[in-house]
Design a protein around this ligand. Structure first.
Ligand code: PMP
Length: 438
């Protein structure tokens, strides 16, 4: 039998993280405004997760939209090898004052995963350029998540996301993370001395001479369940990396640009990494772009007369001028508007509302930092595939709230301009779900 001619079949859209038979049909959004996503019929959904953690100052923010439009009329794209442009230079100048003094060289890529790939490759080539190619191993943390490309999946912890790809993930050493709700060494935060950090210390003692870098999500492990760790843990990680002369990569893809109450999460611990990955909020959620920012010491290893010292990595859209213009406009908003006051008022509402849920028998833990609030529910099938997740997701959507629980962990991560009334309504809907579904 002749197969049906392909021109009869429509081209269907294949959505990420979606199972057509199990998940609600995708909602068609025609407009965004503040923290709202608006449909054709005018109905609104409160975007309580900043559209996968990217939106900062609100959807379709007029100042950012204008900056992108203006740039589009001047220069939409130009190759970035051997060329440069004003929006990239302006971005470097605007970002400089926010960064730790030691981070002096920024390298562009496209998204969080590629920022991580770049950091890993830089770390390996750094040692190779220094004549130490045996330093090629990576240490990452339990519960970590760093993206969906092959290198980023390798450093991410094992999960249903990575299971089919075991064969393409390179091996890493995995240290315990400070997950206080389920302490890996059976202690309590009130009296512990961050003993969990000894796991990294042991790995560094055993393998230090072969390790190129340690990669960490500073202060919050996002996709792993919004696990907030004590600043002292991050300080110990920094100290240990310094002592063993291993590079520290801070993956601030989710935590960067104010999400945790500081511009960058590393500030909570007063530390600076050797390489920092930024994306998501970099363009305030307007366009995909990423940065991997290196210290002078790292970049210096790539300088010289020898061509082979070059970092041979570059994507077609490296430093896209439209994305740079969006990033500059966002940083102007940080300079000129009370962004950190908005962040502080979100944090205050989160704290009040989480306190009301803490004693509920279905709630195992509540935690938060800055604009992030998480409620871990007790579940027999805890984990990303928990049966609670689809029920909760539907429940929230039916009430006009976009929340995508990470398995049995409900979390809020709203744009900074969310109105207090909307934020309270999101918390009300979460409380209603806990009281009615559990
Ligand atoms: N690192 C972290 C910490 C992340 O949370 C994510 C995305 N959730 C990534 C990297 C990957 O970013 P992207 O999805 O833009 O590739």
């Amino acid at each position: 039998m002749k197969p049906a001619p392909p021109d009869n079949s429509p081209l269907r859209i294949w959505h990420p993280f979606t199972q057509a038979a199990l998940d609600p049909a995708p909602l068609r959004i025609v407009r965004g405004e503040g923290a709202h996503l608006i449909r054709e019929d005018g109905s609104r959904t409160v975007d309580a997760i900043s559209s996968w953690w990217v939106t900062l100052h609100g959807h379709a923010h007029p100042r950012i939209a204008a900056a992108v439009a203006e740039q589009a009329r001047k220069l939409e794209q130009v190759i970035f090898a051997g060329f440069t442009h004003e929006p990239a230079e302006e971005l470097a100048a605007r970002l400089r004052p926010w960064l730790p003094a030691d981070l002096t060289h920024m390298f562009f890529s496209d998204d969080g995963s590629t920022a991580v790939e770049v950091a890993l490759k830089m770390a390996l080539q750094y040692w190779s350029n220094l004549g130490r190619p045996e330093r090629r191993e990576i240490i990452a943390f339990e519960h970590g998540y760093h993206g969906d490309t092959a290198g980023a999946m390798s450093v991410s912890d094992d999960s249903p996301f990575t299971a089919p790809f075991a064969g393409m993930r390179f091996a890493v050493h995995r240290a315990q993370s400070a997950s206080c709700a389920r302490c890996p060494v059976g202690l309590r935060r009130v009296s512990c001395r961050i003993e969990c950090a000894q796991s990294l210390e042991k790995l560094l003692e055993q393998h230090g001479g072969r390790v190129a870098a340690v990669i960490i999500e500073p202060m919050v492990q996002g996709a792993g369940g919004m696990i907030v760790h004590p600043a002292e843990f991050l300080q110990k990680v920094r100290e240990q990396c310094t002592r063993h002369d291993v590079l520290l990569i801070a993956d601030e893809v989710m935590t960067g640009f104010g999400r945790t109450g500081k511009m960058f999460a590393c500030e909570h611990a007063g530390i600076a990494p050797d390489l920092m990955c930024l994306s998501k909020g970099l363009t305030a959620g307007f366009l995909p772009m990423a940065l991997t920012i290196a210290t002078d010491r790292v970049e210096a290893a790539f300088r010289g007369e020898d061509r082979l010292r070059t970092f041979f990595h570059g994507h077609s859209f490296t430093a896209n001028p439209l994305a740079c213009a969006a990033a500059c406009a966002s940083l102007r908003i940080f300079d000129e508007e009370p962004v950190f006051e908005r962040i502080a008022s979100i944090a205050q509402i989160h704290t009040e509302r989480l306190a009301q849920l803490r004693e509920h028998p279905a709630v195992g833990d509540t935690r938060g930092i800055g604009t992030i609030a998480a409620i871990e529910l007790r579940a027999e099938d805890a984990g990303y595939l928990s049966s609670l997740r689809p029920k909760l997701y539907r429940f929230f959507l039916e009430r006009g709230v976009l929340l995508r629980p990470l398995g049995n962990v409900i979390y809020l991560l709203p744009p900074y301009v969310i109105e207090p009334d909307d934020l309270h309504r999101v918390h009300d809907v979460v409380a209603e779900a806990i009281h009615t579904l559990l």
